[in-house]
Design a protein around this ligand. Structure first.
Ligand code: C5J
Length: 223
């Protein structure tokens, strides 16, 4: 065990054991982030998500330097859509649904260009990539086993979108006993209001399902 490092966080400082902490990067995929992609065709302002890229690249570099376990996730489905329930598939305007042709290949389909992670945050050799069919990274994946195998007990949670896949994964992790620090400038929402409230909800009521801290504080502590 390494000496824990203390991070100024909300609702209170948290001590991280770096040997038992993983950086989780959720769904930083072209389909969500790139102009012209799926996210934008739904009417969203992708610049709200683009703001995450630079601070997250800084945190990723610091985590790699610290030898931390890095886990990337991608939301998406098998080409035959057999892992996509009708309730998810039949949502949204026809021709802009999961599996339909988009600017970067079939929308949210594994193996397509748009489904993959943006170049700036591309996984390094040996980093774990979890493909998930749902919003939460634990549902129908081997994430729990990966974390257990690596004796991880604490998570730095980053990625998009704050109120959907970041929240769902953080809630799933919290229920499984992980301490989650959501890195406030390394998560993003298309909606500024959801970003603000989404972060406030995590740390409210004494940290109802986690902590929040900015990347500057996290990087200073782990470097
Ligand atoms: C969404 C996600 N918003 N990664 N996915 O559908 O948050």
């Amino acid at each position: 065990m390494t000496d824990p490092v203390s991070i100024p966080a909300l609702p209170e400082p948290i001590a991280l054991d770096l040997a038992r902490t993983a950086l989780v990067i959720i769904d930083m995929q072209r389909d969500f982030l790139l102009p012209g992609g799926f996210g934008e065709t739904l009417g969203n302002d992708v610049s709200q998500l683009q703001r995450v890229v630079k601070p997250l690249a800084g945190l990723l570099a610091a985590a790699r330097d610290a030898g931390m376990l890095v886990i990337h996730t991608r939301e998406g489905h098998l080409p035959d859509l057999s892992d996509c329930p009708p309730a998810k598939l039949n949502r949204g305007a026809p021709s802009k649904r999961i599996g339909d042709p988009g600017a970067f290949g079939r929308i949210l389909i594994r193996g397509e260009y748009g489904h993959d992670i943006i170049d700036e945050l591309a996984p390094a050799d040996g980093e774990i990539v979890i493909d998930k069919p749902g919003k939460g990274a634990f549902y129908a994946t081997d994430l729990a086993k990966v974390l257990a195998d690596n004796e991880i007990t604490q998570l730095l949670v980053t990625g998009v979108t704050t109120e959907v896949c970041v929240h769902t994964t953080t809630r799933e992790a919290n229920d499984r006993g992980y301490e989650c620090v959501v890195v406030s400038d390394c998560v993003g929402s298309y909606f500024p209001e959801f970003q603000r409230v989404g972060l406030e909800m995590i740390a409210a009521q004494g940290g109802i399902f986690g902590w929040t801290a900015p990347s500057g504080e996290v990087i200073a502590a782990i470097s």
